[in-house]
Ligand binder design. Structure first.
Ligand SMILES: [Zn+2]
Length: 72
């Protein structure tokens, strides 16, 4: 299990920079709230699960990928 912090989150997708391969991986998202999501890694280097942390440092973005000024 590897802990990562999401770089961006939207109502469709969250993204993080992978510590294993350095590539950005994306997973589905349905919420903008702070939380931790356990997912199977998409990484080709390693097949371990990841704990994706959505926290205060995660940028909330809209469907256009631009940061939201405010979010509920
Ligand atoms: Zn990776």
């Amino acid at each position: 299990m590897t802990d990562v912090v999401a770089k961006t989150v939207s109502l469709n997708q969250l993204a993080y920079d992978c510590p294993q391969c350095g590539v950005e991986h994306r997973h589905g998202s349905r919420s903008l709230r702070d939380r931790v999501e356990s997912r199977g890694s998409h990484c080709s280097n390693d097949s371990h699960d990841v704990e994706i942390h959505v926290d205060a440092s995660t940028v909330r973005v809209g469907a256009d990928g631009k940061p939201l000024v405010k979010w509920p």
